[in-house]
Design a protein. Sequence first.
Length: 184
Amino acid sequence: MILALAVLAALALYVVGIYNGLVRKRNLVQEAFSGIDVQLKKRTDLIPNLVNTVKGYMEHEREVLEQVTRYRAEAQRAGEQGDVAQRARSEGLLGQALGRLFAVAESYPELKANQNFLDLQSQLAQVENDIQLARRYYNGTVRNLNIAVESFPSNLVANAFGFRKEEYFELEAESDRDVPQVSF
């Protein structure tokens, strides 16, 4: 009888350990996504300043400016909805539009010499690097959680307590994976 109780107690402690590990991994995923969210918010906040700086120089490039503004709004909506895949798609489109904006800015030498534009450009380049680092960290925490959710015996505990696999923060098109070129 004592042996059976000892085995049950050991099993219960083992299940508690697995459960606590799953909770820890899930919280790390949530923390990691908030890191991505912070960086994307920084980028979103920089964009209006960038567009306003560029507007005066690029009257004939209205379509590019409108795309950046439209994709920024889509990215904000996707962030509010909490759908990781949609957020990644929207942010990829925004990154492409920013790349086109900087490509068009090449033909405006007086814009390239504007200190405000250069400062915004530098800040955006730093934020893009920070987004890439945050995305790597997030995807690493998602990988760890997903392995635990799918591996035996932790999958038994995960299924019993409703732990689910999370989505990676991935960009769909290969060209979306490139950081927009922001240096001249």
